[in-house]
Design a protein around this ligand. Structure first.
Ligand SMILES: [Zn+2]
Length: 234
């Protein structure tokens, strides 16, 4: 079942250690088949060097395991909510990549200090609040997804223009049109988080990049008037 998607999601998962975004088994990638309403996700707690495409777990949009020898990632319920609430995404990534996680642990969104950030992420990367004790006790992973989606809705943040979020005292989630693009955005987020931290170290009074510069860089790569690169590139 979904053999092609399993291979794609397996390869996307293997990009996390390749790009130094994960330590041990911390991190997971999923990818969805929207027509079938099923997604494929990494199994929980399996070392990356032992992972095989056939180990990937198939899950439905209610969070039920449909196929697989292993239990799905412990963060599966967060992925379920993001797929349900963000209908145009095709892949989700969660890591504890150190620079993005440092901002999350500091409880701060990442301001847009330059065009590397603006090329991929429109505006400040939001940092959502801690879950309450009740939310944690009731359904930690599901409520993490609900919090992210509610926060984007409440602040009118376009999830397609901002394919990344930080969860306070935890770490980042990113997404994209497929698993590969979601990983690409996780790599970009980590680089941007690193540069923003260094930028504040060099100049603690630094201001975000001018809005017109942010707009220019974002919209030359995204939307109907985009002209950067070649068609189909990310
Ligand atoms: Zn985590």
């Amino acid at each position: 079942m979904l053999e092609e998607l399993k291979k794609e999601v397996y390869e996307a998962n293997m990009l996390l250690p390749k790009h130094d975004l994960v330590t041990f088994t911390w991190g997971n990638v999923s990818g969805i088949d929207r027509e079938k309403g099923l997604f494929v996700i990494k199994p929980s707690g399996i070392d990356y060097d032992k992972l095989k495409p056939e180990d990937m777990v198939v899950v439905d949009l209610k969070g039920n395991k449909v196929e697989g020898d292993y239990n799905p990632s412990s963060d599966t319920a967060t992925h379920v909510v993001l797929y349900n609430r963000f209908p145009n995404i095709g892949g989700v990534v969660h890591t504890h990549s150190p620079w993005a996680t440092s901002w999350a642990q500091a409880g701060r969104g990442i301001p847009c200090y330059g065009t590397t950030h603006a090329d991929y992420l429109y505006g400040e990367v939001p940092c959502v609040r801690n879950l309450t004790k009740e939310e944690i006790d009731e359904a930690y992973e599901e409520n993490t997804g609900v919090l992210i989606a509610d926060d984007f809705e409440a602040k009118s943040i376009d999830y397609e223009a901002m394919p990344a979020v930080l969860c306070k005292n935890h770490g980042p989630f990113t997404w994209g049109k497929d698993a590969n693009e979601a990983v690409h955005n996780a790599v970009v987020l980590e680089e941007v988080a690193k540069m923003a931290a260094r930028c504040e170290m060099i100049n603690p009074q630094n201001n975000p990049a001018p809005q017109e510069l942010q707009d220019k860089h974002y919209y030359r790569k995204h939307g109907e008037n985009a002209y950067y690169g070649q068609p189909g590139q990310i």
